[in-house]
Structures are given as structure tokens and as C-alpha cells.
Design a binder for this molecule. Structure first.
Ligand SMILES: Nc1ncnc2c1ncn2[C@@H]1O[C@H](COP(=O)(O)OP(=O)(O)O)[C@@H](O)[C@H]1O
Ligand SMILES: [Mg+2]
Length: 377
């Protein structure tokens, strides 16, 4: 039995900390085995990165398969891409400094790598000399292919935050990567993950974009509500505390069954409650969380225009089934005329405070939404 807080948020979760998603896991495993490229997207913090880590973990015993995870979040140039990919690729393929030297000399043609070995035996990878960018790009992108041909193994590469590449140098990187990938055999499969829903969709669904039809779409939904409830109940039980099922459901409903917020809210509840969670603990945990975040929320709030504030209040308080443009809502929340409302929505959307979902809009940060709700409700 563990007595540390069993709820984790803001980190990658896998193994016993990963809740269900069995269907998605099985589907992805099949796709990987078939060499099928996939595109996974969802709003932020739904669990894309964790899902890939869990799938790769479950496949780690497969002798015939190598998996590579590359996070493109911070790349700002084509050179960054080559460096980031280079490091991730060789760190995944090589387990020790000895093997990394061998692999680097075997599989790189024009890039000259730099290896630093720390006293503890861990190593880091950099690039000592990079040829002209197109040559470097082809060199690094071909490594998996050369590796697969030589070893007979399959390779799966997950590019996380892949939408980043569409922001670089007039999208030239997007085109170049696509061209190289297109010529590779089915021994190499790619998984493209991204959270900027609209950018990802545009990249993969617009016939004029290089990645049109580049793979199978797998939009990640929330975790099944029942599984999420069981997960919360079990986590409490296994850590010498307990929560009645109806209160676990209450947590999940309050944060719309959003995985990150379920974990975050449960974490605080676990911290402040005694052995058995009661209703009062839930309220106190919420107040505590909202007051802790309130400085940030106030700062956001203060820089918004009046109509944008009204729009947020309406989105936070209105019934889920009522669209923001319905007459009743416009009237009830004294919203501006539709044209101004659209402007406000666009401004909020551009600031990533709201997102589009099923034809309507919703506030991205659920604690922000609850803060608005408790302040103006
Ligand atoms: N399957 C899961 N089981 C339990 N918690 C999850 C799961 N998926 C996501 N989470 C929660 O959501 C958080 C964000 O997950 P992450 O994988 O980083 O999402 P994304 O990559 O979509 O932004 C995690 O830190 C965890 O608290
Ligand atoms: Mg992620």
C-alpha cells in the first residue's frame, strides 16, 4: 500500500497510473504492427502523450520493433528539427555509449555527431557539424530506413506536437518531411500527435497540404466515464483512503470528465481529506484550488474587454445544450449583437481561452470556467 498521493497531473502517466483506453491501445498496437501511419489529435491534456508512452511501454518486449518518441514542442527552425530528431532517435536506438558510437558511425552519412558521456555513464547527443539543411534533413530522416533494412526490424516513430512543423519557414519543412516519408517502406510507421486541433485538422484534411491523407485519423476522446470513476475509487482504496462512488462521480461531472482535471482535482481532495472523503472535502478542495489559481485568472480577466468578459460569463454559466447564439442566451446574458459577439469569440479563441467543440464554444481551462462560475454565478 502506498501513502503518497496517487493522483498525478501535468506529467506523462503510464502503467498503473494510466486509466484504461484499452480500445485505443489495441487499435494503435494493430496499426503499428501493420505499418499504418496514424494521426492522433485532441484538445490539450486529454492524454495523447501518455497514450503513446503506454503503447510503447506495452510493446517494449517486442524484439522486432523499435519505438522512438520525438517531442517537437520547442522547435523553431529546420535545424532545430534535425537536432531534436537526431537526439531522440539515437537515444532510443542505443542503450549505452558503446552502442551509440557504433550506430552513429553506421547510420549517419553527412551529419557529424557529438557525444558527451557523463561520469555516471549516461550520455548526451549533439551535432558537431551539420551539412546544408536539405542534406542534413534527408540524412536524419533516412536513418530509420537504413536501420530497418540492415537489422530487419520495424520502427515506429511518434512525432508529438507535430503541428509545430507547420509554423516553420513558410511550411517548407512540412513539404520536405512529407516527401521523404512518402518514399519510405512500410517497415517504418509514423504517429503524428498534436493538440492544436484546428491546425492538425487543416494539415491532414486539406487536399492542398502535403500531409493530406498521410495516415489514419484517430481523434482522441475522453476516457469512458465508468472507467474513470473506477480509476478514482481504486486509487483512493489502494492508498489507504476511500471515497464513495457517488462522490467520485461528482468529481468527474464537475470537471466534465476531463482526464487532467479529474487527476488534478482528485489530487487536492486526497491531500486535504482524512481516511474517508466526504462532500465537504470536495467543496473545500475546489475552493482551495480556485483561490490558488485566482491571481492568474484575475490577470487574464483584467486584460479582457467588456464584451469578452460577458461572453465568458455566458459560456461558463449557460446550459451545455444551449448554443451561445440562441436568442434566449443572448438575452439572458445581455450579450452584444451577433457580429460583436463573433468578434469577442474570435478574440477569446485567438488567446486560446476558448475552443470550438461540436458546433459550440467552451472554455479551455475548466478551473477558469469554475472560477467564473463561482464569481459571477
Ligand atoms: N489514461 C489516463 N489515465 C489517467 N490520467 C490520464 C490519462 N491520460 C491523461 N491523464 C491525465 O492528463 C494529464 C495530461 O496527459 P498528457 O498525456 O500530457 O495529455 P496530452 O498529451 O494530450 O496533452 C496527465 O498528467 C494525467 O493527469
Ligand atoms: Mg502531450
Amino acid at each position: 500500500m502506498s501513502t503518497t498521493n496517487p493522483f498525478l497531473f501535468g506529467v506523462i502517466v503510464s502503467g498503473k497510473d494510466f486509466c484504461n483506453r484499452e480500445d485505443e491501445i489495441n487499435e494503435l498496437k494493430r496499426d503499428i504492427q501493420n505499418g499504418q501511419n496514424t494521426i492522433i489529435y485532441s484538445p490539450r491534456r486529454y492524454g495523447k502523450t501518455s497514450l503513446i508512452f503506454e503503447v510503447f511501454r506495452q510493446l517494449s518486449d517486442e524484439k522486432n520493433l523499435n519505438t522512438v518518441y520525438v517531442n517537437l514542442y520547442s522547435i523553431l527552425s529546420e535545424t532545430d528539427f534535425v537536432e531534436t530528431y537526431h537526439r531522440a532517435l539515437f537515444k532510443s536506438l542505443a542503450k549505452s555509449p558503446q552502442t551509440v558510437f557504433k550506430l552513429l558511425s553506421q547510420y549517419l552519412k553527412s551529419i557529424r555527431p557529438k557525444v558527451t558521456v557523463n561520469p555516471d555513464g549516461a550520455f548526451d547527443l549533439g551535432i558537431d557539424f551539420m551539412p546544408e539543411i536539405d542534406e542534413a534533413l534527408t540524412d536524419i530522416m533516412d536513418v530509420p530506413l537504413r536501420y530497418a533494412e540492415k537489422t530487419g526490424k520495424n520502427i515506429t516513430i511518434a512525432f508529438d506536437e507535430f503541428q509545430q512543423i507547420s509554423c516553420i519557414q513558410n511550411r517548407s519543412l512540412e513539404k520536405k518531411i512529407r516527401n521523404i516519408i512518402q518514399e519510405q517502406s512500410n517497415k517504418i510507421s509514423y504517429i503524428f500527435l498534436g493538440s492544436k486541433h484546428h491546425i492538425m485538422e487543416e494539415m491532414f484534411s486539406n487536399p492542398n497540404r502535403p500531409f493530406y491523407r498521410a495516415g489514419k485519423h484517430l481523434p482522441l476522446k475522453k476516457i469512458d466515464r465508468r472507467n474513470m470513476t473506477d480509476f478514482v475509487v481504486e486509487k483512493f482504496n489502494k492508498s489507504e483512503k476511500s471515497i464513495p462512488k457517488n462522490l467520485a462521480e461528482h468529481i468527474i461531472d464537475l470537471v466534465d470528465n476531463h482526464p487532467y482535471y479529474v487527476q488534478h482535482y482528485s489530487h487536492v481532495i486526497w491531500d486535504i481529506s482524512e481516511k474517508k472523503v466526504n462532500k465537504e472535502n470536495l467543496e473545500r478542495a475546489l475552493n482551495y484550488t480556485l483561490s490558488r489559481e485566482s491571481a492568474v485568472f484575475l490577470e487574464i480577466w483584467d486584460r479582457l474587454r467588456l464584451n469578452q468578459k460577458k461572453t465568458l460569463v455566458a459560456l461558463a454559466l449557460k446550459d451545455k445544450n444551449e448554443g451561445i447564439f440562441s436568442q434566449a442566451i443572448l438575452k439572458h446574458f445581455s450579450l452584444p449583437p451577433v457580429s460583436s459577439l463573433q468578434k469577442s469569440l474570435k478574440a477569446l479563441y485567438d488567446q486560446e481561452l476558448i475552443e470550438k467543440a461540436a458546433g459550440d464554444y467552451r472554455i479551455v481551462d475548466l478551473f477558469f470556467k469554475l472560477w467564473i462560475k463561482t464569481t459571477w454565478g
